[in-house]
Design a protein around this ligand. Structure first.
Ligand code: GAR
Length: 214
């Protein structure tokens, strides 16, 4: 059983999709928010998932906040930390601490449109396709080895809201998929930039696990 901790800042619809996916071999150890008023906390509480708030406003600097956040995560014993609409820039120390077990979802086809207002930028740039990316987090914002992407068309008459809704539907599909692969031991993280998704489960040493004889 793998324990995951999900970090949110607001609505929490990706967290909700992950919870509803009920991924075999995954236990959601906690949902943690940096905002006490994050709407997603109510859903987590209603589903008996332990919740915690580490309010970034209570800390003088990023390092202090990240240290408190890491203490909260480690107290839950997370095998994987899942950023799901977590809108804080993390320090390099934090990212290093969780290297290879820190995932993020970003509403664009990275490396296109990092940062905020991705749908606005996609519309303004005239691209014909847009989408979402699940990636391992590295020290560079909205960067890091790509695990899975989903592509949607940009349609005539789209505005930000319509395009965002089309992308969000795909986010809710690909984030549980990425976590399923993780739980199955099929995700290989390579800090140099590529993610290997194997057809067979891998052991922690990276060796293919032989099938168990009946
Ligand atoms: C999602 O669209 C997610 O991709 C985005 O915030 C939204 C959160 O929605 N994340 C980022 O922009 C991170 N750079 P949710 O709270 O309903 O999951």
């Amino acid at each position: 059983m793998k324990s995951i901790v999900i970090l949110i800042s607001g609505r929490g619809s990706n967290m909700e999709a992950i919870v509803r996916a009920a991924i075999p071999g995954v236990r959601i150890a906690a949902v943690i928010s940096n905002r006490p008023d994050a709407a997603g906390l109510a859903f987590a509480r209603a589903h008996d998932i332990p919740v915690a708030v580490v309010d970034h406003k209570a800390f003088a600097d990023r390092a202090g906040f990240d240290a408190a956040l890491a203490a909260e995560i480690d107290a839950r014993g997370a095998d994987l930390v899942v950023l799901a609409g977590f809108m804080r820039v993390l320090t390099e120390d934090f990212v290093r601490r969780y290297e290879g077990r820190l995932l993020n979802i970003h509403p664009s086809l990275l490396p296109a449109f990092p940062g905020l207002h991705t749908h606005r930028h996609a519309l303004a740039s005239g691209v014909r396709v847009h989408g979402a990316t699940v990636h391992y987090v590295t020290a560079t914002l909205d960067c890091g080895p790509v695990v899975i992407q989903a592509v949607v068309p940009v349609l005539p008459g789209d505005d930000e809201a319509r395009l965002a809704a089309r992308v969000l539907e795909q986010e809710h599909r690909i984030y549980p998929q990425a976590i399923r692969w993780f739980a199955e031991g099929r995700l290989g993280f390579d800090p140099s930039g590529r993610v290997r998704i194997s057809d067979e489960p891998v052991s922690s040493s990276g060796c293919i696990v032989p099938p168990v004889e009946a």
